[in-house]
Design a protein. Structure first.
Length: 427
């Protein structure tokens, strides 16, 4: 208590306290969405994206002509896919039925339910015998249907494959092969789009995968379809140990000259990790994340200059006090640790007060909800108000504490090691 009176008895301490309270409030507001976004972005993808390369396929004919002679053009696409499989260092390849998984533009987000329990899941379509799961490296959890058989013997728009999270969320177990699942899907009928309920049979369960870089939901459903799609990208799975970037550089010329047919060619080649990042940057969440990063960087720079400058003045003003303490027997170590102890105590009190003020706004206006789940099977620390507030508050406290201790330690170290006569010369 005496130390608190000594600290707040100084005018400079009171100003520093107010500044730290303001910094706490500002940093809380700026870093809340950044921490949530960083956590979601670094969740595992669920598949081996480092060995995947995306080939963008283009054609010189119109969509109407492709639809009119789709059989001939389908043969050309099969030929192009076969040429891609024969490239050096390529282990597997498949032609994505629509857009490939992981780019934020794939299927629709639909509701699926069993006995009143509802989950939101991403819908993917794959062609029979396409070996999609092998290419991505998605592992089967159903022993009766191993990974290399997941795309075999599937029924068009009848049998489905779901992820672990969807199985656990709806059934509480992954042993659900053969059971029924109802989905509310978007269909086109009589010139109108409408929602209808459709029953599926679960064929197998696979490990969780993420829809795209900023996705928080791991519930996905894979539906077999024998429909025809043209100009679909080709996904290559490289051999073990082959680097995607080096593969692209070394095979660029070969792809341009050899991967062509009469009407189709490969327009571009890109690693799937780079393609995912590009797609994420174009989403609303990606743009919001970049904006939040700029705001957080602005406050971090201001924290560094503002707090460091105030601490420098605060510490140097006590040079004479340091000389007196040294004259009465205080060691250099005790003087230095005394400065750090006061800085820690002042920071802790300031952050607590700042967080109490922030709590009033958070309780009324809510916390960062860019990744709020609707009928979601996955639950994270930011879904609960209590854990969300405590985690962000702890991170803000550590950031400010590190800045204050560094800003205090540098001048305090020099002052504590200066000669007593030098410290007292202005007394």
């Amino acid at each position: 208590m005496k130390q608190l009176k000594d600290i707040f008895g100084r005018k400079s301490s009171r100003w520093l306290f107010l500044e730290l309270v303001l910094v706490t409030f500002a940093l809380w507001w700026a870093f809340d969405p950044i921490l949530v976004s960083a956590y979601v972005t670094h969740l595992p993808l669920g598949y081996d994206a480092e060995r995947l390369v995306k080939l963008e396929v283009a054609t010189s004919v119109t969509r109407e002509e492709q639809d009119k002679h789709f059989g001939d053009f389908l043969d050309e696409e099969e030929l192009l896919l076969q040429k891609a499989r024969e490239l050096d260092d390529v282990e597997l390849a498949y032609s994505a039925f629509t857009n490939p998984m992981g780019f934020g533009v794939v299927g629709m987000s639909c509701n699926y339910f069993v006995d009143g329990d509802t989950l939101t899941g991403w819908r993917y379509e794959f062609a029979p015998e396409s070996r999609m799961f092998e290419v991505y490296g998605i592992q089967s959890l159903t022993p009766e249907v191993p990974t290399h058989e997941l795309t075999h013997d599937c029924e068009d728009d009848v049998s489905v494959i779901i992820t672990r999270t969807m199985a656990m969320g709806l059934y509480g177990t992954t042993d659900v092969a053969g059971r029924k699942l109802t989905g509310r899907v978007h269909t086109y009928d009589d010139g109108d789009f409408k929602w209808v309920n459709r029953d599926y049979r679960i064929r197998a369960v696979v490990e969780d995968v993420r829809h795209y870089e900023h996705d928080r939901d791991l519930a996905c459903i894979f539906i077999c379809s024998d429909g025809y799609q043209s100009n679909t990208p080709i996904i290559l799975r490289l051999r073990n140990g082959v680097n995607a970037e080096r593969f692209i550089q070394s095979h660029q010329r070969q792809v341009e000259t050899e991967l062509t047919t009469e009407h189709y060619y490969v327009r571009s080649m890109q690693s799937c990790l780079d393609a995912q990042s590009d797609a994420s940057r174009r989403t609303n969440v990606g743009r919001t994340t970049r904006r939040n990063l700029l705001i957080a960087a602005f406050f971090a720079v201001n924290l560094s200059f503002g707090v460091f400058g105030t601490l420098l003045m605060y510490t140097r003003q006590r040079r004479e006090e340091t000389g007196i303490r040294r004259a009465f027997g205080a060691t250099k170590r005790n003087v230095f640790l005394g400065f750090l102890r006061e800085a820690w105590l002042l920071t802790t009190i300031s952050v607590i007060v700042g967080c109490i003020i922030e709590f009033q706004f958070a309780a009324a206006g809510g916390l960062s909800d860019e990744y709020a789940g609707v009928h979601s099977a996955t639950h994270f620390w930011f879904d609960s108000f209590g854990s969300h507030f405590l985690v962000v508050s702890a991170c803000v406290y550590l950031i400010i504490l590190c800045a204050v201790l560094i800003g205090t330690a540098i001048p305090a170290w020099r002052i504590s090691r200066s000669e007593i006569t030098e410290s007292l010369k202005d007394e």
